[in-house]
Design a binder for this molecule. Structure first.
Ligand SMILES: Cc1ncc(COP(=O)(O)O)c(C=O)c1O
Length: 467
């Protein structure tokens, strides 16, 4: 395609035709995603070889590009938008979020700079306040809109590292980490891999971590905490990635605060419990922490690329991650959001306006809808656990939130593979205190009671076939 000379009518015509074509494919996809096998068929995976081709010299007409993407890509996806995907902690996507994203993608704003993306900066300001309200956080809280919890962990911990060192009279941004006063990291033995990655990026090695033993649900045991001090980063979890259990925030955070430690809560999927009155007891006391990481692309069913870091110490956040540049336009106060440059809130200097889908989800659900969504996931998880117990699969965790662990025998990997091959449901194997388990995470707004019943029937068939 030769884009020049620029002819507006022709370009708009092509653009709209491509959109219509893509929209047709998207509709066809969404129509089938609830009925087709959850895992892609082996032939669909084999067909991905069709993408293996040399970079074309003269380019291919855009309609043919789209056609290939749909023909090869769509059948090879996993039906995460359906009701029987229980892998990792992966939510679906509320329809309003996909539609809002379509519009925001057409805006194509650099969401990190208020002067060039005023609606994004305005929505970030609004959603920051809404999240503070939903999670019951201090009103000083600043929100960074990031790709996911992995980067939100980096962000919260970077703010904590900066603050603890600043209190030691050391500016880590100016002087660097080598030669800095030493800091400690304290965490429960079931820390998520994303936290380990974030710590490594920030200069903290795995062997430096002071591990705290956990109880039979994977909760950090408060009586086993080492003595904390004002050089300590303490990591807590709202939602153990296997059992869904929550650390006992109230006693632990109080002790940490009294010692001058910085507390970060990894609430990737579990922090949303704080937004559902029936479940809010699980997070009681979390609001006294200093920073939090949470995903909207998990429990809230916003499409991917929606993590948030929340920090009750904005000065530390801006000091750790802020950026200046003579060429960068400065935000102006007075109009909603125009003094809010996202690039001061997180590691990225250019990014999409990812807050749009999050805003759309929250606005369309309201506080009641969010509470209902979160409670429904919990309710379905309990139904799943009960039905599996009745079917002879012993449950291995207290289902306090949306995670279900069951005993499927010694070869959980093979069982999980057989379940996926059945096309009926998708779940992963894991290990729970060295026992192989099947791990089911109920994370989609679409999952119905019938989906639960169908999944259990499929698991019973897998067991029979394998016997
Ligand atoms: C507890 C916990 N923390 C962090 C992460 C990382 O989140 P993300 O994949 O959004 O980067 C996950 C992902 O499953 C998680 O469950």
């Amino acid at each position: 395609m030769t884009p020049l000379p620029f002819d507006l009518d022709r370009v708009l015509g092509e653009s709209f035709a491509l959109r219509e074509q893509a929209e047709g494919y998207a509709r066809a996809y969404l129509e089938t995603v609830h009925h087709r096998p959850v895992a892609p068929a082996p032939e669909a995976l084999a067909a991905l070889e069709g993408f293996r081709e040399a970079l074309p010299t003269s380019g291919v007409a855009p309609p043919a590009v789209l056609e290939q993407l749909h023909r090869l890509g769509s059948p090879a996806t996993t039906a995460q938008g359906g009701g029987r995907f229980f892998g990792m902690v992966n939510g679906g996507a509320l329809p309003i979020t996909l539609a809002a994203r379509l519009l925001a993608d057409s805006w194509d704003q650099n969401g990190a700079v208020a002067a060039v993306a005023p609606p994004i900066a305005a929505l970030e300001t609004v959603v920051e306040g809404w999240l503070q309200q939903l999670f019951g956080l201090p009103n000083t809280v600043a929100a960074s809109f990031l790709s996911g919890s992995s980067l939100a962990l980096v962000t919260g911990l970077a703010a904590g590292r900066w603050r603890l060192l600043e209190r030691q009279g050391y500016d880590v941004n100016a002087k660097g980490l080598w030669g800095a006063p030493s800091l400690r990291v304290v965490a429960g033995a079931h820390l998520h891999a994303a936290a380990l990655k974030a710590l490594a990026l920030l200069g903290f090695g795995r062997d430096q971590i002071e591990w705290v033993p956990v109880d039979d649900q994977g909760r950090l045991r408060p009586e086993a905490l080492p003595t904390l001090d004002d050089r300590t980063l303490l990591l807590l979890q709202a939602g153990n990635v296997n059992s869904g259990a929550f650390d006992p925030f109230r006693p632990v955070v109080a002790e940490a605060r009294a010692a001058g430690a910085w507390v970060h809560v990894d609430g990737a999927f579990g922090l949303w419990a704080a937004a559902a009155p029936q479940l809010a007891g699980l997070t009681a006391g979390h609001e006294q922490a200093h920073s939090w990481s949470v995903d909207a692309h998990k429990t809230l069913n916003v499409p991917y690329d929606s993590g948030i870091a929340l920090c009750a110490d904005p000065e530390a956040l801006f000091a750790a991650l802020g950026a200046e540049g003579a060429y960068l336009p400065q935000g102006t106060a007075g109009v909603l959001g125009l003094n809010r440059d996202g690039l001061r809130y997180g590691p990225e200097m250019s990014r999409r306006g990812r807050v749009v889908e999050l805003w759309a989800a929250l606005k369309s659900l309201g506080t009641e809808g969010v509470a209902q969504l979160v409670s429904q996931l919990h309710e379905r998880a309990r139904q799943l656990r009960d039905a599996l117990t009745e079917a002879g699969f012993p449950g291995l965790n207290d289902v306090v939130f949306n995670q279900v662990l069951v005993d499927v025998g010694p070869d959980a990997d093979a069982f999980a593979a057989a379940l996926r091959e059945s096309g009926e449901a998708w779940a992963g194997a894991s290990r729970w205190f060295d026992q192989p388990v099947l791990r089911l995470s109920v994370c989609s707004w679409v999952t119905s009671e019938e989906d639960i019943a169908r999944t259990v029937r499929a698991m019973v068939r897998c067991r029979e076939t394998r016997a």
